[in-house]
Design a protein around this ligand. Structure first.
Ligand code: AMP
Length: 112
């Protein structure tokens, strides 16, 4: 489920602090440390996998669950008027942490 050298696994295990806004058995949502919008959260399936294409059955379940809890978490954290989801897949797309995560951006009018 977890990978030893993964920073998001360490956050999930509580070994590295984070500003959590939501947590359940399958999902953790916390504030991005370098926000790119007024509200910038990261929604993370707890089980470790890098890419959507690499999700096993547990990963697929956790990913769908994570998507399903995002709207309420976003609404409660300043995204009442909408939000954008971004999932970088691979280094050339800008992925820098190789544990699948969904950026939640909002709290303002976003430029394309
Ligand atoms: P990506 O570039 O799509 O892999 O996104 C990784 C995101 O993780 C970036 O927006 C970083 O600012 C964010 N990040 C990295 N380390 C931390 C951390 N310790 N706590 C919160 N956010 C982090």
């Amino acid at each position: 489920m977890y990978k030893d050298d993964c920073i998001f696994c360490k956050i999930i295990k509580g070994e590295i602090p984070s500003a959590k806004v939501y947590e359940d058995e399958q999902t953790l949502i916390f504030k991005d440390i370098a926000p790119k919008a007024k509200v910038h959260l990261l929604a993370v399936p707890k089980t470790h996998f890098k890419l959507i294409s690499e999700a096993d059955d547990e990963g697929k379940k956790a990913l769908f669950h994570t998507l399903s809890v995002i709207p309420e978490a976003a609404r409660k954290n300043g995204c009442e008027n909408g939000f954008r989801l971004v999932v970088n897949q691979g280094e050339s797309a800008g992925q820098s942490v190789f544990h699948l995560h969904i950026h939640i951006l909002g709290g303002e009018s976003l430029p394309w």
